[in-house]
Design a protein around this ligand. Structure first.
Ligand code: 13P
Ligand code: SF4
Length: 317
């Protein structure tokens, strides 16, 4: 299936027929981003999903995102074009592992990244995304111990920003972002003096980015640790000629649209999320024709998880 004008017209016609809104994450392929009614980061898309007037949400993203939309809107139909679109980070902790960790720290507050299963969210006090993780932890009584999961690099960023050493961090990672390492970033920054650095906090190189700033190799105000939505806002505000981008490569499409005059260069051009790329033009067409794959979350789990997700969408930006 070619994502041509005929395909686009058919997608929009079928979406209208189903009373469906199409959401796409910033890591989807350009054709999927361009056909969606809304493109954004995890937090922005959760908020759009929660407020949607349509009876059906078609989530062009990965499974935990569609599941989060279903938790927020249990009466809506939530479709994902390919239910096999998982997430290595969400797979890095199970509900059983979290239950055991909690039993070792019974008085702690559990903060889970939105990249988790519904079963993990059901054992969580507050969810967060990369754009509000620091605000979420800062909203918790400083005397309470926090269990932060599952991403170790985002956890390290939160500890740095809040200055709290009572935030315990799970050792999980996203295989795509972990592979964007400090050596690659240092080499690219050396080859492009003057470039700004946009770094997603899930990256293995997030700490190295801050070291470059501390050592003066890159001026501190040119190093920005941002969610994918934060990168789009920063691109609009940036007067830079070149920006080095440390995140999944799908991000470059929205950045170029936001600031066509800037040269955006991926720090690692192999950093492509295989799960996000399962949402092909053919898969989206099939989803709208067949009404599949439908996302179901067991009502008891959804009920237990809802509070933590609602707290997430209420905090920060
Ligand atoms: P954000 O879009 O919220 O920054 O998250 C990135 C991500 O890895 C989603 O899978
Ligand atoms: Fe998960 Fe990483 Fe893919 Fe994001 S980029 S969906 S965290 S595997």
């Amino acid at each position: 299936v070619e994502p041509d004008a005929e395909w686009a017209a058919e997608i929009r016609r079928l979406a209208a027929e189903r009373d469906a809104v199409i959401l796409a994450h910033n890591y989807e392929i350009p054709a999927i981003q361009d056909i969606a009614h809304h493109v954004g980061d995890s937090l922005a898309l959760s908020r759009v999903a929660a407020a949607a007037e349509q009876s059906t949400i078609v989530f062009c993203g990965v499974h935990f995102m569609a599941e989060t939309a279903k938790i927020l809107s249990p009466d809506k139909t939530v479709l994902i074009p390919d239910e096999a679109a998982g997430c290595s980070l969400a797979d890095s902790i199970t509900a059983e592992q979290l239950a055991e960790w909690k039993s070792e720290h019974p008085d702690s507050v559990v903060v889970s990244y939105v990249n988790t299963t519904a079963a993990v969210k059901a054992l969580t006090d507050i969810c967060c995304t990369s754009s509000n993780a620091v605000d979420v932890v800062a909203s918790i009584d400083p005397d309470r111990e926090v269990l932060f999961l599952p991403d170790q690099f985002l956890g390290a960023h939160v500890r740095r920003k809040t200055g709290r050493d009572n935030v315990l961090v799970w050792a999980g990672e996203c295989h795509v972002h972990a592979a964007i390492n400090g050596d690659q970033l240092t080499a690219k920054a050396g080859a492009h003096p003057g470039a700004e650095l946009f770094v997603h906090p899930e990256c293995g190189c997030a700490t190295s980015a801050l070291h470059l700033a501390t050592e003066g190799a890159v001026p501190a105000d040119q190093v920005k640790i941002l969610s994918t939505g934060g990168m789009v806002d920063a691109a609009r505000a940036s007067g830079a000629r070149e920006v080095l981008v440390a995140t999944e490569v799908g991000m470059i499409h929205q950045l170029r649209k936001a600031a066509p005059e800037i040269d955006f260069l991926p720090v690692n051009d192999q950093a492509s999320c295989p799960y996000m790329k399962m949402i092909t033009p053919a898969a989206l067409l099939r989803a709208l024709v067949e009404g599949a794959d439908e996302v179901h979350v067991d009502p008891v789990t959804a009920e237990a998880a809802r509070g933590s997700v609602e707290r997430m969408i209420a905090i920060g930006n």
